[in-house]
Design a protein around this ligand. Structure first.
Ligand code: GLN
Length: 465
């Protein structure tokens, strides 16, 4: 597959047109950014003239930033997120703010106040979430790159469903200043591309210490592009046995096994590992407690007084109640109830602290094996994207708890993790997930490039939808 070159203003205008055209069928954008003003002065840089979509939970100065929530539907950002500054300085040109699950709290993109995002491989199916709009805009060939955020798999899962590359680097690798928070101990800036080389280049631009984000790392930013195409001979790769066991016999499983063989043929040393199944079944419940508790605290400022939409009433208390009642969707309210419950004084030790302890046990369990190896791999999803309407899942099955939610581990542990397309399973894209030790993004890109070479899906897009 040929990667499109973006080298001049005309290619940016073309991307903008494509983003506009895509809207009717895919609903991937919340607002559009006419690129003309930015095109007046495009600095030279690694991403010069690269059109880019921005998930609508990043602040872009002067633009409405909704996070797909009614409560922020009129909120105009007062400043640029650090990643926006970095993209501008590298010559990238923003063409839209993309659709997402409300406040990035979801995995379907069905909870957005702007409606569902449709998958270009089958318009009746979801994009995945929460960064669904960004994934779809890359998948449909409108833009070569898009920003997302990943708290529990929100970049890597939609990447799998949409057949694109999705990256979540180590915790602290990219500044989160200017990202509307969800759960601060789990939130990461991530992004999508249609090939691994661009993914490596993007990280060179986005990574680095930022004094405005105290969790950002001052480790030097590496030349990740050099890792792309590097020999993977001798790399120790672990196959995530619990995930494989939890999957039904399917095309996905067969496809994944082919990749394992092909990686071995390239000289990787592959071994299957099994982690404690009780801990693996606890990933999702623990995640929900921690993520929702942190979200409840982070979003207490969305009250109609400080930011965004306000429902007028007689007192400050009534304004807050009325604004929050009207401003949040039902799914968010449910999550705030869970989060508040876990934070009640009488429940903190029993629920919140316990969840934090189990998080630590899960992380230790995985790191014990990973520290002796270079990477852990698994299918990023058991099957292709579910239907928008009427698909039910058994949420207590291992297939759901483990196989569909294992990527939360890398948020718990802050590990770099990315999804690369493997091809189609029952006619729908599925991805292969690669996770590595903290700050070993170079390993991750080398293995991802090997997977891409095996798949032949470099530059994969679905323009006829
Ligand atoms: N699906 C997960 C959730 O709903 C992940 C969301 C995310 O990573 N932003 O919380």
């Amino acid at each position: 597959m040929q990667i499109k070159d973006y080298t001049n203003a005309a290619s940016v205008r073309e991307a903008y047109e494509k983003v506009l055209q895509a809207q009717e069928k895919l609903n991937a954008s919340i607002s559009f950014i006419d690129p003309e003003e930015q095109l007046q002065a495009v600095p030279e840089g690694k991403l010069q003239y690269m059109p880019i979509a921005i998930k609508d939970n990043f602040n872009v100065k002067g633009m409405v930033t909704t996070a797909a929530s009614r409560i922020l539907d009129n909120y105009v950002s007062q400043y640029d997120a650090t990643v926006i500054e970095k993209l501008r300085a590298a010559g990238a040109v923003m063409v839209c703010k993309s659709n997402l699950d409300e406040l990035a709290m979801g995995g379907t993109n069905l909870t957005s106040f702007a409606g569902a995002v449709h998958n270009p491989y089958d318009l009746e199916r979801i994009s995945g979430g929460s960064s669904g709009g960004s994934a779809v805009l890359v998948a449909c060939g409108a833009v070569p790159a898009a920003l997302g955020s990943d708290t529990g798999d929100s970049v890597r899962k939609p990447a799998s469903f949409c057949g694109v590359v999705g990256v979540k680097p180590s915790y602290g690798r990219i500044s989160r200043f200017g990202l509307i928070p969800y759960a601060s101990s789990l939130d990461h800036v991530g992004y999508f591309t249609n090939n691994v080389a661009d993914a490596a280049k993007m990280l060179e631009v986005l990574a680095g210490r930022d004094d405005r984000d105290m969790t950002s790392s001052d480790r030097p930013v590496e030349n990740y592009s050099e890792a792309v195409g590097k020999d993977i001979k001798g790399k120790k790769i672990l196959v995530f046995g619990n995930v494989i066991d939890a999957l039904p016999d399917s095309e996905t499983k067969a496809l994944f096994n082919k990749y394992v063989k092909a990686l071995e043929e390239k000289g990787a040393v592959v071994k299957t590992v099994h982690f404690d199944p009780t801990l693996m079944r606890a990933i999702l419940p623990v995640y929900y407690i921690i993520a929702n508790a942190e979200a409840t605290a982070n979003h207490s400022n969305l009250d109609g007084i400080n930011f965004g939409h306000r429902v007028e009433a007689d007192s400050a208390d009534e304004i807050m109640t009325a604004t929050r009642t009207r401003g949040f969707g039902p799914w968010i309210k449910k999550r705030f109830v869970i989060g508040s419950y876990a934070l009640f004084e009488e429940n903190q030790e029993r629920i919140f602290r316990k969840a934090q302890k189990i998080r630590r046990l899960i992380v230790d369990e995985v790191l014990k094996e990973l520290k002796e190896a270079d990477a852990l791999i698994a299918p990023a999803s058991g099957a292709g994207a579910p239907l928008i309407e009427g698909q039910s899942t058994d949420e207590l099955s291992d297939e759901y708890l483990i196989a569909e939610n294992h990527m939360v581990i890398e948020n718990f542990a802050g590990l770099p993790s990315m999804t690369v397309p493997m091809g189609l399973s029952e006619g729908l894209p599925v991805g292969l997930n690669i996770s590595c030790n903290a700050f070993r993004e170079a390993d991750m890109f080398s293995i991802a490039a090997a997977v891409e070479e095996i798949s032949g899906l470099k530059g994969n897009v679905k323009e006829d939808y």
